[in-house]
Design a protein around this ligand. Sequence first.
Ligand code: PDD
Length: 289
Amino acid sequence: MSRVAYVNGRYVPFAEARVHIEDRGYQLGDGVYEVCEIRDGAFVDERRHLDRLGRSLSALRIEMPMPLSSLRYVLRETVRRNRVTDGLLYLQVTRGVARRDHGFPETPVKPALVVTVRALDRKKIAASARAGISVITLPDDRWGRVDIKTIGLLPNVLARQAAKDAGAKDAWFADEEGLITEGASSNAWIVTREGVLLTRPSSNRILTGITLTVIKEVAASLQIKVEERAFTVAEAKAAAEAFLSSATQTVMPVVAIDGIPIGSGEPGPVTLRLREAFHRQAEIGPRIV
Ligand code: PDD
């Protein structure tokens, strides 16, 4: 089955999908995106992802590219045409195409919309979760509004590469005070030796994950205590368990930070319970494929 992308009003073969060279996303990183999990042929938490898309767009004063109901149709249709039952939907909205100038285009242009879908190997991710992953910590050198899900991800790109170069899977950022902010494309969590789940409260220093929001509900349903407070790199290294959360990985155990084993050095029981219960709490939409 060949892949299809949605690009500005048309479904096109993936290999032929193109945007204009003066798309402001391409030249200026002037746009936002969302990544939504597709599981068993249905969207996971679509409503929350689209709500966040709306918030990101209004923060940048970009219009929704089309009414919400049409957008939801396009997302479904892209999944349907790709016949992906387990994977990811990527959607990107930029301010549109205009002559390069930092200020917003003087004559309004239509926001540009691109949607792609990709299959994920669930078995591979499950194997990764059974083993757990390692992360390194790095100074958080991103801009001050990472609560907006913008496509400007250069520090995240460099952090992920630094992790790879160091033989680790991912990177966690730490602020000036040594407090973990979040991962390069995920939120960061620890379980203290007292069994309390810690994650950093929402602010402009983190992207509030949809997965994070659902995990808080999962924890409540499992009667696991959650405290929203920032924790230091040292606290993380001394924790009983650690994990990261994102739409692509849901709950992914972290078993080493900067080469220091966390807890037993294996995925922890609280982490695994949260992972196992996650999709019972998430909003699963109607089956598309
Ligand atoms: N990233 N923090 C950052 C910096 C992220 O890029 C992401 C997600 C998250 C978690 O958000 P959510 O739970 O809504 O996926 C936190 C996506 C998956 C990506 O860039 O591929």
